[in-house]
Ligand binder design. Structure first.
Ligand SMILES: *[C@@H]1O[C@H](CO)[C@@H](O)[C@H](O)[C@H]1NC(C)=O
Length: 337
């Protein structure tokens, strides 16, 4: 009897240990289901390559968003094999990311680039929302430094969005003489984006005097990398981040420096390519509706993220458009379905 009892206890303990190990590996290594293979249509030319840059963050749920975004791009491309992804992430995560991305998208053409937080950490000021202060959020500023010098153009995409249209249509827009292309909003009141200190300091407040500045969201940008490098825009953005450190001229994260450098000098892109704000505002993350007009890209900018609201079983209506692209493998042990 005692023998049976001790065997039972030993078995139980072993089971418990196994459960703990499983739970631990699940929490530290997010796993994803394998995406189907997406193949080119007959009319695709191998020369028409679309280059896409994104960040990958292995230590936060944003990775789940990035994976969904990649799937959405492939699924709606008529030439999915012509897409090449350029991922920026911290070097420490590269081995795990390489295996995760390869396992999820076995046919994906992708490159990983080391983004070192130390280059931007001294320049980051705290903003209204902590998630905006992550160094990777500033990686887009360094794209022209990190990507190959031969690459003339790239589309930058945030991790909290999905495409529902062929990305080639965005890739082929005319930038005219501009460095950047993005949907812009010319009725936005710029007074609100900067502090009274900014407007009351003559040398700063005069920044927009000779242009007609329009708001644009930096989550979707078509970038001419050659022109950007030639004009040293990375250093110009850093310059404004240093001014922010000294004078506190805005409250948001990486957006205001982009407005300061580029607003009024951006190639207009149809609004359908960035239906932003679906995450609500920066403080509460309430449900938001689409803007009027057609939709090619849905962007959950703001505090609310679809994966968080879906997991909390409190999704907004539009979050249900994100979930078909979610490849995240939910841990069976803690699932209640
Ligand atoms: C912008 O907002 C400020 C402050 O609320 C206001 O004084 C100004 O009139 C507004 N400008 C326009 C063009 O609406």
């Amino acid at each position: 009897m005692r023998r049976i009892l001790s065997t039972a206890i030993a078995t139980l303990l072993l089971l418990l240990l196994l459960l703990l190990l499983l739970a631990d590996s699940a929490s530290s290594n997010p796993e994803f289901n394998e995406a189907p293979a997406f193949r080119n249509g007959k009319s695709c030319s191998p020369r028409e390559v679309v280059h896409i840059a994104m960040t990958l963050d292995y230590s936060t749920p944003y990775l789940r968003g990035s994976i969904a975004a990649v799937l959405s791009v492939l699924q709606h491309s008529s030439c999915p094999e012509n897409t090449v992804f350029h991922f920026l992430s911290i070097p420490l995560h590269h081995p795990l990311l390489r295996s995760t991305v390869s396992a999820t998208f076995p046919f994906l053409r992708f490159h990983l680039y080391p983004f070192r937080p130390s280059i931007v950490l001294p320049l980051i000021s705290s903003s209204v929302r902590q998630a905006l202060d992550q160094p990777l959020n500033y990686a887009r500023i360094y794209l022209p430094d990190l990507l190959p010098p031969s690459l003339p153009r790239v589309i930058y995409l945030d991790s909290d969005l999905i495409l529902v249209d062929d990305i080639a249509n965005l890739w082929n827009i005319d930038l005219h003489s501009h460095v950047l292309g993005a949907p812009q909003y010319c009725h936005a009141n710029f007074t609100h984006y900067f502090t009274p200190k900014f407007w009351s300091t003559p040398s700063l407040g005069a920044t927009f005097r000779r242009r007609r500045p329009c708001y644009f969201n930096t989550g979707v940008m078509v970038i001419d990398l050659l022109k950007w490098r030639r004009h040293g825009f990375t250093r110009k953005l850093e310059h404004w981040m240093r001014i922010q450190k000294r004078y506190r001229i805005y409250e948001l994260g990486s957006l205001p420096p982009f407005l300061l450098v580029f607003a009024g000098n951006v190639a207009p892109v149809d609004h359908r390519w960035n239906q932003h704000g679906l995450g609500g505002d920066n403080l509460q993350g309430l449900c938001r509706d689409l803007h009027p007009g057609p939709v090619s890209l849905l962007h959950w900018s703001g505090k609310g993220k679809p994966w968080l609201r879906l997991d909390a079983k409190r999704p907004c209506t539009l979050d249900n458009l994100w979930s078909p692209y979610d490849l995240f493998k939910h841990e069976i042990l803690i699932s209640d379905s």
